[in-house]
Design a protein around this ligand. Structure first.
Ligand SMILES: Nc1ncnc2c1ncn2[C@@H]1O[C@H](COP(=O)(O)OP(=O)(O)O)[C@@H](O)[C@H]1O
Ligand SMILES: [Mg+2]
Length: 254
């Protein structure tokens, strides 16, 4: 399965992406996490300390375009995760991490080349049945505008029970639909009461796939700069349910 985690800034994308990676690993998956946020911190949430040593995917461009030349493992038509050159990833057990690209200056620079590389990588990558790619997306809708997620099996739109978050979530849903993404799911976060859930489902006019509760342990670990790998509280249990539901929904393919 190839899953992208999207939503408004601060809504919990990186947190949920990291918890989902951990839950998938516990279900027996090999997981490739891709941090596509221009200010990346998925590495920290996943417990990688050497994130600055990894070569960003953006620099894979020549590799991907030179594919036609047919020399080297990644030039084959449908590369497997294991064919990806080591320098582009960090590894820890069943988890691998790749980082999309150079940090851009505020307000300036275009991420188009990076996103083109990401889209090509995602669409070429051939996954085995117990393999998953989880992409932690840039905030808002920018990625969708550039169609980078057209190679994704499922878009998870993280949404909190407040209007700003809901508006962004609806924009993302519309763009994902326009891009013909087959599986588009809303995932609630910071849902503390049945009223919160009801509010979200009424506004979105669609049920939530799962609703993450507020879990103070997450914020505490984040403040301490610690990974989320040890947490087994309510949020993690919700991530396990999310992994199970995704597996069911996407079981027709990988
Ligand atoms: N369910 C939750 N309960 C408590 N704190 C949360 C929850 N989800 C996210 N947070 C906290 O909110 C902040 C923003 O989350 P983050 O995942 O970085 O958002 P995003 O990646 O969407 O910008 C972090 O400090 C995180 O620990
Ligand atoms: Mg983030």
């Amino acid at each position: 399965m190839k899953v992208a985690v999207c939503g408004k800034g601060g809504v919990g994308k990186s947190t949920i992406a990291a918890l989902l990676c951990n839950a998938l690993i516990n279900r027996g998956y090999q997981v490739l996490a891709i941090d596509a946020d221009p200010s990346p911190h998925l590495a920290r949430l996943l417990g990688f300390k050497e994130a600055d040593q990894v070569v960003p995917i953006a620099e894979m461009k020549e590799l991907l375009t030179a594919r036609a030349e047919k020399d080297g493992p990644f030039y084959s038509l449908n590369p497997k995760v294991d064919d990806l050159p080591e320098k582009f990833m960090l590894r820890k057990g069943d988890l691998k991490l790749m980082v999309l690209g150079a940090v851009r200056e505020a307000g300036g620079g275009c991420a188009c080349p990076e996103q083109t590389v990401l889209r090509r990588l995602l669409s070429l990558l051939l996954l085995q049945s117990k393999e998953a790619v989880v992409v932690d997306m840039e905030a808002g809708v920018e990625h969708f505008g550039r169609a980078t997620i057209s190679a994704i099996d499922a878009v998870l739109i993280v949404v909190q029970p407040y209007r700003g978050s809901i508006e962004t979530a609806k924009q993302i849903e519309k763009m994902a639909r326009d891009l013909k993404v087959k599986n588009i799911f809303f995932v609630g976060n910071n849902v503390v009461s049945p009223e919160d859930e009801k509010f979200l489902e009424e506004e979105l006019q669609k049920p939530l796939l799962v609703a993450f509760p507020r879990d103070d342990e997450l914020a505490r670990l984040e403040r301490q700069g610690l990974p989320l790998s040890e947490t087994r509280g309510l949020a993690y249990q919700t991530a396990e349910l999310l992994a199970e539901k995704l597996e069911k929904a996407l079981s027709h393919g990988t």
